[in-house]
Design a binder for this molecule. Sequence first.
Ligand SMILES: [Fe+2]
Length: 192
Amino acid sequence: MQKLNTLRKNIETLYTANNPEADVWIDWSYKNHVLVVADHTERIATIQHANVELAVAGALLHDIADAVMARRDPKHEARSLALADELLQKSGFSKDETTFIVNEIIKPHSCKEIMPTTPEGKVMATADGAAHFLTDFYPLFCWRHYGPEDNYRVFKTWMLSKMEKDFNKKLFFDDVKQEVLPRYEALKLVFS
Ligand SMILES: [Fe+2]
């Protein structure tokens, strides 16, 4: 796990560098989302007999471009993948491990155009979705006005569709779905 510890340090350095270009939410998201997703990933990967080191590395890096640019920037996703590649190799992960983490864990984690197919990819997507429900992620999104436009009804519809996607597409394991269910039901009431 030496390279994972090195990666953790490199990622923390980037998130705490006070980069003026970074997304405004990282003051909250690094500790309350990224590290929480990494913890859930470790827990679920152990239960599912997935590779903990690769899955946690993907979790730590899944939103990494937030540390250097705004989430709305069209280059955000490509920058995340490039930064992940760079940080993994710098931290001692092999070329094959790096390719696996980037292509099989980080790339499909949003469960939009492509879905994860490996155990580690499914674990990380599940941990990300679970973290959305088990923390104050959705209220934080409200506060930061992450909706597509400044219109309350559009915003509520957008939030509800995001919750539906998180609950129905990102949670690959029934035990995690059961754990999250009361929060999902409660949040749906708030936003409906
Ligand atoms: Fe996330």
